[in-house]
Design a protein around this ligand. Structure first.
Ligand SMILES: Cc1cc2nc3c(=O)[nH]c(=O)nc-3n(C[C@H](O)[C@H](O)[C@H](O)COP(=O)(O)O)c2cc1C
Length: 215
């Protein structure tokens, strides 16, 4: 790609799908993201498929420094606990460094999008309900990330703070008995140009089979 460092990237759909990584170390912490730009990405995200088209989602965008700092404290504590419990072989050193970097700097990330679903899932909910409950918002989150990427922004979809869901709910005045937090997406402009390599994935043959389950 030959885009100027500050220009939004020109990506065809296949490039957008294969070159939208989780951005942790390349989020520009010194450059705010405008509210209209964030709203534009969310507006596009609302067209994603969702359960029964009920659209029972809410997106709370947090750009207030004090609120971000409060969330970041809970994020850091949850992330440290997560990393402490992760066997060294399960993650590369580089990946651990990236996760740590985001946790150390979350309060400086320009905007955080807290994605929530209306309701609470009973612990014994049937599988179809569990899948529908959390799954209803993920297509919209991915659409948001793609829309952001195509506008020169980077995102990191995270869930680790959910270990402290109630504390974060209290910080932002979210009624935790009525709404379930599903993910927190960190958003910023990116440093080092807008180009990203293809995300690394296992070969299709390892994960796909035709007609019969192939172990
Ligand atoms: C459901 C879900 C939860 C995730 N939670 C976190 C998280 O809490 N912290 C984090 O740094 N990354 C998180 N990620 C990002 C993944 O680690 C990342 O997508 C994966 O390592 C592949 O890297 P890539 O997106 O750059 O290709 C999450 C991704 C998904 C889909």
């Amino acid at each position: 790609m030959t885009d100027a460092p500050d220009a939004p990237p020109t990506l065809d759909i296949d490039e957008l799908l294969t070159r939208t990584p989780t951005v942790r170390r390349r989020l520009d912490l010194s450059r705010p993201v405008s509210r209209p730009l964030l709203a534009e990405c969310l507006q596009l995200a609302l067209h994603a498929p969702n359960g029964g088209n009920r659209q029972n989602w809410r997106f709370l965008v947090i750009d207030d420094p004090e609120t971000k700092a409060g969330i970041a404290r809970h994020y850091k504590s949850a992330s440290d606990a997560y990393l402490a419990a992760t066997p060294p072989a399960a993650m590369s050193e580089k990946a651990v460094a990236g996760v740590r970097h985001l946790a150390d700097h979350l309060h400086e990330v320009p905007a955080l999008v807290l994605a929530c679903v209306h309701g609470r899932l009973p612990a014994d909910a049937p599988l179809a309900r569990q899948s529908g409950f959390f799954g209803t918002i993920y297509p919209a989150l991915w659409s948001f990330m793609l829309a952001a990427r195509s506008r020169g922004l980077g995102t990191a979809l995270t869930t680790v703070h959910l270990a402290h869901e109630r504390e974060v709910a209290a910080l932002v005045g979210l009624p935790a008995d009525e709404f379930t937090q599903v993910a927190l997406v960190a958003v910023g402009h990116v440093t080092g140009g807008t180009g990203f390599r293809r995300t690394r994935r296992r070969p299709l043959d390892d994960v796909m089979s035709w007609n019969r389950w192939d172990s």
